[in-house]
Every structure is written in structure tokens, then in C-alpha cells.
Write a protein that binds this ligand. Structure first.
Ligand SMILES: Nc1nc2c(ncn2[C@@H]2O[C@H](COP(=O)(O)OP(=O)(O)OP(=O)(O)O)[C@@H](O)[C@H]2O)c(=O)[nH]1
Length: 404
């Protein structure tokens, strides 16, 4: 579906009334001009004095009550001053399904975005945080690694947040990652913030809130954001699309355990880490490292600036962890210097916007009464070979766009 079709559908389903379109454009314009003027991003409690972005968004969401203003003030102030409780509460706000709270979350996010832009300007236009995606099959050693790696980083003055995208929580309500206590030491570290995946919602919903949680963590001063996912379903592709660097963790086991690693995801990796390289696993770890090093040479290059590398480490002994961090810094510096990191972020923003539009439009299409009425019979005729899929799709789209 092209942009013009999507917009016409958005108008049809009432997602984007002309008023709302104007209001959204206004919000974006207000945001830019406020930033260009370098205005303070401070939230102001007095409603009559709010700045461009706020007033445009307030128009969009309607008048804030005193209570809502106070809640947003408290969250924003607490968040930018680094209070973990306010960060946690803000993430809960972006995860909500409640329509009004969703709107409030957007106001808060817009404000934090403006604040982050200011921080970036002060940082010479460079991003204020480094976003790293970590993926690997269950049992690859992700949590053991994050524990050791996170502690090393906080010990050298960084603030680290860990966000999880758990695809199993979306389908089963259970969790591949969250049930046991993970990263016990890091979770007690005052310079670390660990947020498990929401326990319900679609993968699309969870990834949207993870994207927004990244912004909130950066606003709260976390300069390293680790986004962890288990290598199942599409979650790892989604995570690769929201980070600066994508790291694949692989255990030193052959055969079946590595079968689950999709070729496509190896192509996404900027770095492959062979874990558990200690004791009797050291020899297989070396072998896997050599195998992946050769395999990577045959794959299509993802970046002009960086050739993916394969390293090995042990979270148990700590060997290889500082060297891994050195490689990550080398990647970040090279990508920043060439401008590729900034370009990657820009294109990710656009990709996410279109992903969200497509999900939303599709949901409206599927829930529309005219589509719901016609769908079972048409699906049946398509599967019987009575009519072509193309004709069935055309009929449903026509029913959708001509329904009052
Ligand atoms: N020998 C050795 N074992 C390790 C190392 N890191 C993790 N393990 C073991 O590998 C198993 C899985 O480790 P986890 O860190 O829980 O792996 P995970 O990828 O987080 O797994 P999930 O929590 O299931 O997603 C545990 O039994 C760990 O003790 C290591 O560096 N060396």
C-alpha cells in the first residue's frame, strides 16, 4: 500500500480527520520551531504558558485537567532528573491501552524528545546514547552476559538500561525470558535500570512501546540502552530495526541448537559473540568462531563502514568482555564518523512510522463491519479456487471504501 492510499484509508476510517491531520502537522511544526529557537524543554505547570509543541499537542489531545498536568509535570521532572521510579511509571504510561492515557503518554514523549534533542545539540549533534540489540537462542547465555557486561559498564561510570522484547509473552502470556530471576546483581545496581517485556499485547504493540521506552531511558540519562530479545519469531528483526548495533549471541554448541538461528538474522548482525568460551567449551567455541568468521565473509554487507566481526567470551570468567566493549566502541566511532549511524537512525524512524500506520490501517480494515461480513464467504471461494485472490481482495477493498 503506497502513502497516498494509506492516507485516503486513514481519512476513511476516521483515524486522520482533516482536523487531526492539521493538528498533527501543527504539532510537528511547533516542535521544530521550538527546537530551532532552542527553547527550554522544561514542562510548565501553568497551562497558558506552554511552548509550541505542548500547545499544538494539547490541541490535539484536548484540554489537560489540572490533575493530568500535575501527573505529567511530576513524571517529566522526575524522569529528566534521573529518578528510576518516574522512568518506570512513564514506561507504564506508554504501555497502557487506555485511550486517554495513551494521549498523555504522547505528550510526555514529545517533551522528552525535545529534551533529548537539546542534549544532542549540546553533544555536538551526536546521539546521547548508544543503543545495542542483543539476540540469541534460548539458553545462549544472554542474561549471564548482560549481568557481567552491565556491571562492567556501570563500574566505569555508564548508566545502563536493559529493555526486553519477549515474543512469547505476546502469544502465550507466559515468558521465555521473564519467569526466572535474571540479572540479580545488575537489578540492584543504582546505575542500571532493567525493564522486562510487557506480559501481553501483540508483537507490534510491544515493539512500539519498546521504541518509546528507549526514548524515555535516554531522557533519563541512560547512555547505554541494551535491548534484549530471544531469537524466536520476528522479534529479533524488529529489535535490529530499533538499535544502532545489533549483536547476535551464539552458544558453543553445534547441530540442532544452532539450527534455530535464521540466516537472515546473521545478515543483520554487526557483531557475532560466541558465548561460554571457557573450560571444555573453549574448543567448540573456537571452532564456532572460525565457522562464523568464514560464513560472514560470504554474506551481503550491511554497512559500507563496518565489516561484521566474530568474537568469543566467557561471562563466567569475564574473559573477552572488555575486548567486546572495545569492539563495540570501535563500531560506534566508525559509524558516527562516517555518518552511517545517524543515517541508520533516521531511516529507522521512517520505517517505524510506516510499520505503525500499516498495522493500524490493517486492524481497522479487518474490524470494519463490511469486511467482516464479506470475508468468510470470500475466503472460502478463494480457497476453493472459485475466484482469484486478487479479485477477492479488490471486492473487500471496494466494500470497505464504499461503506458509509
Ligand atoms: N560455562 C559457561 N556457562 C555459562 C556461561 N554463561 C551462561 N552459562 C550457562 O548457560 C545457561 C544459560 O544461561 P543464561 O544466561 O540463562 O542464558 P539466556 O540466553 O539468558 O537464556 P534465557 O534466559 O533462557 O533466554 C546457564 O546454565 C548458565 O549458567 C559462561 O560464560 N560459561
Amino acid at each position: 500500500m503506497g502513502p497516498s492510499q494509506v492516507f485516503s484509508v486513514l481519512h476513511r476510517v476516521g483515524l486522520l480527520s482533516p482536523l487531526r491531520t492539521a493538528s498533527l502537522c501543527h504539532a510537528a511544526a511547533g516542535c521544530n520551531s521550538a527546537l530551532q529557537r532552542g527553547q527550554s524543554a522544561q514542562w510548565t505547570a501553568s497551562r497558558g504558558r506552554s511552548y509550541g509543541t505542548d500547545s499544538a499537542l494539547s490541541h490535539h489531545v484536548g484540554e489537560l485537567t489540572d490533575r493530568e498536568s500535575r501527573v505529567l509535570d511530576r513524571l517529566y521532572e522526575g524522569l529528566v532528573s534521573g529518578q528510576r521510579a518516574c522512568l518506570a511509571e512513564s514506561i507504564t504510561l506508554v504501555e497502557t491501552q487506555h485511550p486517554r492515557k495513551k494521549e498523555l503518554a504522547q505528550i510526555l514523549l514529545q517533551r522528552v524528545l525535545a529534551y533529548r534533542r537539546q542534549q544532542e545539540e549540546l553533544n555536538g549533534g551526536k546521539p546521547v546514547a548508544f543503543r545495542v540489540g542483543l539476540s540469541g537462542p534460548p539458553g545462549a547465555g544472554k542474561s549471564s552476559f548482560i549481568e557481567v557486561f552491565g556491571k562492567m559498564l556501570t563500574g566505569s561510570g555508564h548508566k545502563v538500561s536493559v529493555l526486553a522484547v519477549d515474543p512469547s509473552s505476546c502469544t502465550t502470556g507466559g515468558s521465555l525470558m521473564g519467569d526466572k530471576t535474571r540479572m540479580t546483581e545488575l537489578s540492584r545496581d543504582m546505575r542500571a535500570f532493567i525493564r522486562p517485556s510487557p506480559t501481553s499485547g501483540t508483537l507490534g504493540g510491544v515493539t512500539r512501546t519498546t521504541n518509546e521506552a528507549i526514548v524515555l531511558c535516554e531522557g533519563a540519562g541512560y547512555d547505554i540502552v541494551l535491548v534484549e530479545t530471544v531469537g524466536v519469531g520476528q522479534s529479533e528483526f524488529a529489535v535490529a530495526d530499533m538499535v544502532d548495533m545489533f549483536v547476535l549471541l551464539i552458544p558453543p554448541a553445534g547441530g540442532d541448537e544452532l539450527q534455530g538461528i535464521k540466516r537472515g538474522i546473521i545478515e543483520m548482525a554487526d557483531l557475532v559473540v560466541v558465548t561460554k568460551a571457557d573450560g571444555e567449551l573453549l574448543v567448540p567455541a573456537r571452532r564456532i568462531q572460525a565457522e562464523y568468521t568464514s560464513a560472514l565473509k560470504l554474506l551481503r554487507k550491511k554497512s559500507k563502514t563496518w565489516n561484521p566481526k566474530v568474537v568469543r567470551l566467557s561471562s563466567r570468567t569475564g574473559e573477552g568482555v572488555p575486548e567486546l566493549w572495545a569492539k563495540m566502541c570501535e563500531f560506534r566511532d566508525a559509524m558516527l564518523c562516517s555518518g552511517e549511524l545517524q543515517a541508520r537512525r533516521r531511516s529507522q524512524q521512517k520505517v517505524w512510522m510506516w510499520n505503525l500506520i500499516q498495522q493500524s490501517v490493517l486492524r481497522h480494515f479487518q474490524e470494519h463491519p463490511a469486511v467482516r461480513d464479506g470475508l468468510p464467504a470470500l475466503e472460502d471461494r478463494v480457497t476453493r479456487g472459485d475466484i482469484s485472490p486478487g479479485l477477492a481482495a479488490d471486492l473487500l477493498l471496494r466494500a470497505f471504501s464504499s461503506a458509509k
